[in-house]
Write a protein that binds this ligand. Structure first.
Ligand code: SF4
Ligand code: SF4
Length: 673
C-alpha cells in the first residue's frame, strides 16, 4: 500500500470547524472594514493613481522584502525571527488549505508526494515554533528598550504557541494510533509529530484512549485557531498587520522620499487648515500608516534624535498619532490640536528629516511628511516654533537666505571675485548652471569648496555659468521647517529666473538643493536636468576628461549625506571618485550607505538649535569617524562639512583629523606634486 492518510481520520463533522472559521474570517473582515471607515476620516490621497506601476512595485517588494526579508534582516535576530514566523505560517496555511481541498473533493495524496507534503507541513510548524520562541525570548528575556510589551503581545503569542503545540499533539496521537503501529517508515516524514507519537506510545496509551485524546485535542486546536481569528478582529490586535501592512505597502509613496504635497495657495480660503492641526487633516493613507505600524521599534533604533536622547522617537510618534486616530471617531470636527502632550512641539522640531526611520521600516510607514505637515500648522497657523527657527525664517524673508551672523554681511556673489566665471546677466543664456546654494556661497569654509568646484569644472573644460548675486535660496530650509509659503515664493522666483536664462542642466554641490531642485521644483513648473556634482565628476573621470594623478597617500572615510544617499540613492559615485584618487584608502564607517548616520544638519537644523540631549548628533557621528582611524572625513554636502568642522573643533582634534568636501579631494588629486 502506498503511503497516504485520511485527512480527518478520527473526526466527524469537520465541516463545523470550517463553518466556524468562515464566520470568524467574515467577522475579521468586518472589523477591518470598520477600520477602513476610520481611515476614511482622513482627506483624499492621490495614492490610488498609477495602479499598474503600483502592482509592479508591489510584486518586487513582496519578493525582496517579504519572501527574502531584505529590510527585516538588517536586524539579524529580529529578521531571522520574523523570517521563520513568516515562512512557517505561510507553509502551515498552505498545508491546511491543501488538506481542506483534498478532503472536500475526496482525492487523497498518496505515495511520495504525500510523504514530502507531510514533511513540508511539519517543517512549517517547526519554523513557526522556533520563530515564536525567539520572539518570546526577545520580549520577555532580552526586553530591548525599543520594544514595549503589552497584553496583546502575550495573548497573541500564547494563542500561537497553544495552536502549534496542540497541532503537533494531534498529529502525534494519530501517528501513535496508526503509522507507528502499521507503517513506522512513514512516520519519520512527520518528525515533529513523531516526537509526540513516541511519547504517547511510551505512555502505553490504548487505541481508545489515543482516539479520544486525538478527538478532544483536534477540536481544541480548531477552537484555538478560530479563537485567534476572532481575537485579532475583536481587539484589532497587532497580528492584523498580516492583512493591513500589505495594503499600506501597496499604496506607499512611489515618488521621491519626503516630498510633502504643496499647499494650493491659489485656491485656499480662510476656512482651510494649513498643514495638519487635527488627525482628520492627514490623508487616509497617512492614517492607514498608523494602523500598519507594528510597534517594532526599528525606526527608533535608527533615529539620530533618539540616539542622542532628544525627545523624539519615531516609533512613539506614530503610536501617539494612532491613539489620536482611535479617539477621532468620537470627536467633533474641531478637536484639539494634535501637537500637545503627545506628540509635543519638542518632538516635532527634533527631527532632522534624515529618513533613517523610513529606510528601515518594514511596512513602509512614512514619518517625514507627517512631521512637516505638523510643522506647517505650527508655523503657519499657530506661530509656534523655536526662536532659532523664527530667526531663520525671518532671514529667508528679508535676505533671501537663512544665514545670520557674519555670513549675512557678505554679498552672495563675493565668492566669484577670484575667478573668471560666466556670471549670468539679463539677456544671457546658458545650458549648464553651477548652482552654489546659500551655505556654499556665504560660509567661509564652504566657499573654499565652492571655489574648488568651479576650478575643477574649468579644468575639465565644462562650459558652465553661475548666477552670482542673483542666486537665492532654493527654499529647502523653509519647506522642511513648514514655512510653505516662503518655499513656494522662492521656488517660483527661482524657476522664472532659471527659465529666463534658458537653463537646461543644473549641477549643484548641495544635496539639499539637489533634492529640492530635482524633485520639488517640477511641481511648480521647473523641469531641469539636475545632477549632483559627485555624479557629474564621476562621469568626467569615466570619460577621461578629468584625470586624478596626484597621489594623496591618506586614509579617508566617507560620510553619506542623507539627502544624497537615502533620499536619492547616490552611494556609488562618491566612492568611485575616491577609489580613483591615487594613494587614498577608503575605510567605511560601520554605519554607511543606507544605514549611514545623520550629521545633524538636515530638516532646518543647520539653523534650528538642537535640543539638549546626552550629546549632539554631529558629535556622535564624529565618534564613528574616529573609530575608522581615518585622517580625513570626506563628505559631499556643505551641511555635513560644517557639522564635522564643528565636531573636530569641539574635540580639539584639528591637528589629527580633517574634514574635506569631496571636490577638494578631487582638486588636490588633480594637481601635480
Ligand atoms: S527622519 Fe531621522 S530624525 Fe526624523 S524621525 Fe526619522 S530617523 Fe528620526
Ligand atoms: S513605524 Fe515602522 S519601523 Fe517604526 S515601529 Fe512602526 S513598523 Fe516599526
Amino acid at each position: 500500500m502506498p503511503p497516504t492518510r485520511e485527512v480527518f481520520w478520527n473526526i466527524q463533522y469537520s465541516f463545523l470547524m470550517y463553518m466556524a472559521a468562515t464566520l470568524a474570517t467574515v467577522y475579521l473582515a468586518y472589523t477591518i472594514y470598520r477600520r477602513y471607515k476610520l481611515w476614511r476620516l482622513g482627506k483624499p490621497d492621490d495614492c490610488t493613481k498609477d495602479i499598474g506601476e503600483r502592482i509592479r512595485v508591489f510584486i518586487r517588494t513582496t519578493i525582496v522584502d517579504l519572501f527574502a526579508h531584505r529590510r527585516f534582516l538588517r536586524d539579524p535576530y529580529a529578521g531571522v525571527m520574523h523570517l521563520l514566523l513568516f515562512w512557517g505560517f505561510a507553509i502551515l496555511v498552505f498545508a491546511s488549505a491543501v488538506d481542506a481541498v483534498t478532503h472536500f473533493i475526496n482525492i487523497h495524496m498518496v505515495g511520495t508526494p504525500y510523504l514530502w507534503f507531510s514533511l513540508l507541513s511539519d517543517v512549517g510548524g517547526i519554523l513557526a515554533f522556533v520563530g515564536i520562541a525567539m520572539a518570546a525570548y526577545r520580549r520577555y528575556v532580552q526586553k530591548p528598550e525599543k520594544l514595549p510589551t503589552v497584553r496583546d503581545d502575550g495573548i497573541g503569542m500564547g494563542l500561537i504557541v497553544a495552536i502549534l503545540i496542540t497541532g503537533y499533539m494531534v498529529e502525534g496521537l494519530r501517528q501513535a494510533a496508526t503509522e507507528l503501529v502499521q507503517h513506522p517508515d512513514w512516520a519519520i516524514w512527520s518528525p515533529g509529530g513523531l516526537i509526540f507519537a513516541k511519547a504517547f506510545a511510551a505512555m502505553g496509551m490504548s487505541q481508545e484512549s489515543l482516539r479520544f485524546w486525538h478527538w478532544l485535542l483536534w477540536w481544541l486546536h480548531a477552537a484555538l485557531t478560530v479563537g485567534l481569528i476572532v481575537y485579532v478582529g475583536r481587539v484589532f490586535s497587532k497580528l492584523q498587520h498580516v492583512f493591513v501592512s500589505p495594503v499600506n505597502i501597496f499604496f506607499r509613496s512611489l515618488g521621491p522620499v519626503g516630498v510633502p504635497a504643496p499647499i494650493d495657495i491659489e485656491t485656499m480660503d480662510e476656512s482651510d487648515t494649513l498643514g495638519v492641526r487635527e488627525i482628520k487633516d492627514f490623508t487616509w493613507k497617512q492614517l492607514l500608516d498608523l494602523d500598519s505600524c507594528t510597534n517594532c521599534g526599528r525606526c527608533q533604533d535608527a533615529c539620530p534624535a533618539w540616539a542622542t536622547d532628544k525627545p523624539l522617537s519615531p516609533r512613539k510618534f506614530v503610536q501617539d498619532l494612532k491613539v489620536h486616530m482611535l479617539e477621532a471617531a468620537n470627536q467633533s470636527d474641531n478637536g484639539p490640536s494634535l501637537v500637545g502632550e503627545a506628540p509635543n512641539e519638542d518632538e516635532i522640531w527634533a527631527c532632522t528629516t534624515c529618513a533613517a526611520c523610513q529606510e528601515v521600516c518594514p511596512v513602509y510607514v512614512e514619518h517625514i511628511v507627517k512631521i512637516i505637515d505638523l510643522r506647517r500648522n505650527l508655523v503657519l497657523e499657530q506661530n509656534k516654533m523655536p526662536e532659532t527657527a523664527q530667526l531663520m525664517l525671518r532671514n529667508m524673508q528679508s535676505r533671501g537666505h537663512p544665514w545670520a551672523g557674519i555670513q549675512s554681511l557678505r554679498l552672495r556673489g563675493d565668492w566669484t571675485n577670484d575667478l573668471e566665471l560666466k556670471i549670468l546677466a539679463p539677456g544671457d543664456t546658458a545650458h549648464t548652471l553651477f548652482w552654489v546654494g546659500c551655505t556654499g556661497a556665504l560660509v567661509e569654509r564652504n566657499v573654499a569648496a565652492t571655489l574648488s568646484m568651479a576650478r575643477v569644472l574649468k579644468a575639465a573644460g565644462v562650459d558652465f555659468a553661475v548666477l552670482g548675486e542673483a542666486e537665492a535660496c532654493c527654499g529647502d530650509p523653509a519647506r522642511r521647517a513648514g514655512y510653505e509659503f516662503q518655499f513656494q515664493i522662492l521656488a517660483e522666483e527661482n524657476i522664472e529666473l532659471l527659465k529666463s536664462y534658458g537653463i537646461q542642466e543644473i549641477i549643484t554641490t548641495c544635496p539639499h538643493c539637489y533634492h529640492t531642485l530635482k524633485h520639488e521644483y517640477p511641481g511648480f513648473g521647473g523641469d531641469f536636468r539636475v545632477v549632483h556634482y559627485t555624479q557629474f565628476i564621476a562621469d568626467l573621470i569615466g570619460q577621461g576628461k578629468l584625470k586624478l594623478t596626484n597621489g594623496l597617500n591618506t586614509k579617508l572615510t566617507y560620510q553619506d549625506p542623507c539627502y544624497l544617499g537615502r533620499y536619492n540613492g547616490v552611494y556609488q559615485e562618491p566612492r568611485q571618485i575616491l577609489e580613483a584618487v591615487p594613494g587614498a584608502t577608503l575605510k567605511e564607517m560601520d554605519r554607511s550607505r543606507n544605514t549611514g548616520f545623520c550629521c545633524g544638519g538636515g530638516g532646518g537644523h543647520m539653523w534650528i538649535e538642537e535640543q539638549p540631549g546626552t550629546t549632539k548628533i554631529n558629535q556622535m557621528r564624529f565618534e564613528d569617524v574616529l573609530k575608522t582611524g581615518a585622517e580625513t572625513v570626506v563628505t559631499a554636502c556643505p551641511y555635513c562639512l560644517q557639522m564635522f568642522e564643528e565636531s573636530i573643533e569641539h574635540k580639539e582634534m584639528k591637528d589629527s583629523v580633517q574634514a574635506k568636501d569631496l571636490v577638494e579631494v578631487v582638486e588636490a588629486a588633480m594637481k601635480q606634486s
